[in-house]
Write a protein that binds this ligand. Sequence first.
Ligand SMILES: Cc1cc2nc3c(=O)[nH]c(=O)nc-3n(C[C@H](O)[C@H](O)[C@H](O)COP(=O)(O)OP(=O)(O)OC[C@H]3O[C@@H](n4cnc5c(N)ncnc54)[C@H](O)[C@@H]3O)c2cc1C
Length: 420
Amino acid sequence: MAQAQLSQTLNSLSQSATHKPRYEYDLVIVGGGIIGLTLASALKDAGLKVLLIEAKVESTAVAKGQAYAVHMLSALIYQGIGVWDKMLPQIATYHSVRLSDADYPDVLEFQTADLGTQDLGYVAEHQALLKPLQEFIQQCPNVTYLCPAEVVNIQYQQDIVAIDIKVGGEIRTVRSLLVVAADGARSPIRQAAGIKTHGWKYWQSCIVAYVKPEKPHNNTAYEKFWSSGPFAILPLPMNRCRIVWTAPHEEAKALCNLDDEQFLKELQERYGNQMGKLELLGERFIFQVQLMQSDRYALHRLALVGDAAHNCHPVGGQGLNLGIRDAAALAQVLQEAHSQNKDLGNIQILKRYERWRQRENLTILGLTDLLDRMFSNNFLPVVIVRRIGLRILQRVPIVKILVLKLMIGLLGRTPKLAQH
Ligand SMILES: Cc1cc2nc3c(=O)[nH]c(=O)nc-3n(C[C@H](O)[C@H](O)[C@H](O)COP(=O)(O)OP(=O)(O)OC[C@H]3O[C@@H](n4cnc5c(N)ncnc54)[C@H](O)[C@@H]3O)c2cc1C
């Protein structure tokens, strides 16, 4: 009897050895934008074999003319990864943020003293974040960076996921335990997996431009809430500023089509005179603005991060920062699962990530929506409520600090990478 049992066990062991799923990578990240790169970098010491795939050639990916407010928690995450020192020399710090309701004289000002820190936050151009991350992953022996290459098909199976990648005109198939979609707002991977999204397109579009003011920007960020939409001025190195200007579609389109002189005149009206005359640097661009939340952040063998999972209004500069937190949270969940010999692609593991990030992101998405609707509005009762609100915030430090911490991610669950 004992012998029969033994041979049965040996049989099943040899069977499981024959049927053991074979895969080349523990996870494949699709999309080498800032969020995909952040996730790959955050996994440098996880003992996982990672493949990162980016469709654009490296120099094109770097050249995106975007700039972002980078919050304190994001900076702590990059410090934890070990890449912040390479980013910092090219980015600007801000020590004060001034929020105002159009020209209403009561200004809500957040300062470093509110947090007891040296800086309040940072502003970075796309390449100042992307390039150090691209260089960082070249030093991570566990990460293979395939660029340019494009994922063209994915087949989810019970034990593995098979990913077809187009590289130089040829299709290669790799197998992995998990695929992570970091492929941006349209996320073909999210769509192909049938994950539904909720949200809406705003009645506003967003104009972005770089300007050089005559006087020093003094490392101050401004968010002015005009009734047409929020208008942000973010300080950049070399005394430049980034303008993020939202207005109803038709107005935004008309503004964008003005010649430089007229555009500057309109800009100066919203900007004010605190920094003297403005010089327009380079081109201006216009973006559609939307709010989107995915129903699921994870399915069996699939996780979504960054814009693939959620998008929000640019007010408060939240979008990229939420994605950086997603990447740090997912890296932590995967690292813990791996250290316990668990299957990374199992939905029970991935749900830990989903529970962590989906609710936190929804709070911020709701807050940005509320801010935009409260301020892009001339309805008198709303105007009175928001002006009283600004006064209360300015005069009641405990409430003011709570709001500040909420906006910069310091009230949520802190990823281990940021605890140092
Ligand atoms: C006007 C405006 C202002 C903003 N300002 C701020 C701000 O101040 N602060 C802030 O935090 N956020 C801001 N955001 C949001 C921020 O830009 C996004 O949240 C962020 O860029 C998303 O990064 P991502 O890596 O998720 O996606 P993306 O940057 O879109 O990267 C996705 C990558 O995936 C690649 N890819 C796609 N499909 C495939 C495929 N099949 N195979 C291989 N690769 C693929 C693409 O080439 C791309 O490089 C702003 C957004 C807008 C529109």
